[in-house]
Design a protein around this ligand. Structure first.
Ligand SMILES: [Zn+2]
Length: 219
């Protein structure tokens, strides 16, 4: 099965270092349809104002690939922060693949956002650990940024690409997980976060694609 990764430009926002950061989602296409990894920014206006979000609709971003929301058969959320699941409601026809631990974290820690998104009605496929979603497409748990964070593995001919989510904001955090002075928000649990980055580095992904950085790391 041939899988192809296409990057979406979903928004920009003010990153923890004060600079302007992109927000990327990804479409993974395969002969049977298309999978969307993260849906972009949404949430109460005060949250968007705080982060100085310049937002786009995910439908407009998909249109640049000659696609529409109806073409998406399945959504994977790396985690449930407002800039990764903000437009989930556009895909009510699709199941959302999320770690069970991440949904309960959001219910517990971000009740306001949880209610704002109306997640009660969403069709969740709750995962408990590493899971093959489709042939060649897997999620691996990478706790640390949030408790239930997951990365997406896209396999091709023995090698694989990694959609890293927020397991590392930038190539620098990916390259040097041992380094101090992490950007605010990078790790809610620093030990777990370091362990997760070391784990994914040891798997030697051929390319690493970031949500908040445009560089693609080759190894
Ligand atoms: Zn995040």
């Amino acid at each position: 099965m041939t899988l192809e990764i296409k990057r979406l430009n979903l928004a920009s926002l003010q990153g923890p270092d004060g600079g302007t950061w992109p927000v990327h989602g990804f479409v993974v296409t395969h002969p049977g349809g298309a999978v969307l990894v993260d849906t972009g920014v949404g949430g109460p206006q005060d949250v968007l104002d705080d982060w100085r979000v310049v937002n786009r609709s995910v439908a407009d971003a998909l249109a640049e690939l000659d696609m529409s929301p109806a073409d998406i058969g399945l959504v994977i959320n790396t985690h449930l922060h407002f800039d990764h699941c903000g437009q989930n409601a556009v895909f009510k026809h699709a199941p959302f693949y999320v770690q069970r631990a991440e949904l309960s974290r959001m219910q517990r820690e971000s009740r306001e956002l949880y209610d704002w998104f109306g997640f009660m009605d969403a069709r969740f496929e709750l995962l408990d650990g590493d899971t093959e979603v489709l042939p060649g497409l897997e999620v691996i748990t990478t706790p640390g940024h949030t408790e239930g964070h997951q990365c997406v593995v896209v396999r091709e001919d023995g090698a694989f690409d990694l959609l890293i989510g927020d397991a590392a904001y930038t190539p620098r955090q990916y390259a040097e997980p041992g380094r101090d002075n992490l950007p605010p928000g990078q790790a809610s649990d620093v030990d777990a976060w370091r362990e997760s980055v070391r784990k994914i580095r040891s798997l030697r992904p051929e390319h690493v694609h970031f949500c908040h950085h445009t560089a693609i790391v080759h190894s």
